[in-house]
Write a protein of this length. Structure first.
Length: 66
């Protein structure tokens, strides 16, 4: 697989994950705050996405030096 195709597919996967996590957070936060709910949902989605990226980076095997 070409590296740019892989990179584009990873970016699409992460953006769809961000959308889903923000949507789930907005459902929960809609009941607590009408004013700060959407902003908090985006912050929660961003935080969850960063945890997902960190977990993926931690679980990937290291590259061996040539």
């Amino acid at each position: 697989m070409k590296p740019y195709v892989f990179g584009i597919s990873v970016m699409l996967m992460l953006s769809s994950s961000m959308t889903g996590m923000t949507w789930i957070a907005s459902i929960g936060l809609r009941r607590t705050s009408k004013r700060f709910g959407p902003v908090s949902a985006v912050a929660a989605g961003t935080l969850a996405l960063s945890f997902l990226i960190a977990a993926l980076a931690w679980s990937a095997p290291g590259r061996e030096a040539v």
